[in-house]
Design a protein around this ligand. Structure first.
Ligand code: MEV
Length: 295
């Protein structure tokens, strides 16, 4: 059986959401596809290579299989993964892999898991691999749509196109989240105030996104980017891209865990098109309503 699940972008609130603050996140129209067939041993094939159960090379898929086997003991499976989502780029590829593999396992081995079961399992896999995380990425890969997290409140943002510029520097979520946790341990009051500020600007942004008030969104995105930078999760490349986009009149910030990965931008269609000429690694994504599904 074959299943797919979408990636995501954080519009506001990454990192702060790990500490229970608000974040605004939308699924995007890039998907990961997982095909599972019964077999006597395990074979995992993905853009990372071909292995058996391998917690180093295929950590998310291997942990997904392990968690699935708590529900149903299986002898083996052929798991083939193909993805439209660039790996370690802040666009949720790990969660999309996990969720699509769990859905395909569920369908192939007829375990009748609900979407919430799949989300809960993917959430455990996130913690198995990263040790820390808010569960936002697996939630978006499971349910699709645009949400205020942790409230699970759907938000309507209409027909936005988002510009994405890939830095092609790796963004490793566990590493970045641990880095922020360490900073918080060292300077608890300061980092708590930064987290509160990020949560606050997430809430402020919602009405402006609904109204498509690009000027106000730009101001808030700029503030969010500065606060993320103060947490140590930006990079020179991200800063350069953000400032070039800002000077073109495009609101922008890093998205996801940072340290590399992607920058997102919002602006008028003309300005965004102009930016794709300037940045060879730029592309567009759209909000995606549909979460995990059987293909
Ligand atoms: C990663 O996409 C987003 C972070 O906020 C981590 C998490 O929410 O688990 C950095």
């Amino acid at each position: 059986m074959k299943a797919s699940a979408p990636g995501k972008i954080f519009l506001f609130g990454e990192h702060a959401v790990v500490y229970g603050k608000k974040a605004l996140v939308t699924a995007i129209d890039l998907r990961c596809f997982a095909e599972v067939k019964k077999r006597d041993d395990f074979r995992i094939s993905s853009p990372l290579g071909i292995t058996g159960i391998d917690f180093k090379k295929h950590p998310y898929i291997s942990h997904a299989v392990k968690r699935f086997m708590e529900v149903k003991e299986i002898k083996g499976a052929d798991i083939e993964v193909k993805s439209q989502i660039p790996i370690a780029s802040g666009l949720g590829s790990s969660s999309a892999v996990t969720v699509s593999v769990l859905k395909a396992l569920d369908a192939e081995f007829e375990t009748s898991l609900t979407d919430e079961d799949i989300y809960e399992m993917a959430r455990k896999v996130e913690l198995d691999v990263q040790g820390i995380g808010s569960g936002t990425d697996p939630f978006l890969s499971t349910y699709g749509g645009c949400w205020l997290i942790p409230d699970r409140k759907p938000v309507s943002i209409g027909k936005f196109y988002f510009l994405v510029v890939n830095t092609f520097e790796e963004s490793i979520t566990g590493e970045m989240v641990r880095k922020v946790a360490k900073l918080k341990e060292t300077f608890p009051e300061v980092v708590d105030s930064i987290m509160d500020a990020i949560g606050g600007l997430t809430i402020s942004a919602i009405p402006y996104l609904e109204k498509r008030d690009i000027d106000s969104i730009s101001t808030l995105m700029f503030m969010n980017q500065c606060l993320l930078k103060s947490l140590g999760v930006s990079s020179d490349k991200i800063d350069t891209i953000v400032s070039e986009l800002n000077s073109m009149g495009i609101a922008s910030k890093l998205t996801g865990a940072g340290g590399g990965g992607c920058v997102i931008g919002i602006g008028s269609n003309e300005k965004l098109t102009e930016a794709t000429k300037k940045f060879s690694t730029a592309f567009f994504v759209k909000p995606e309503k549909e979460g995990v599904r059987i293909e």
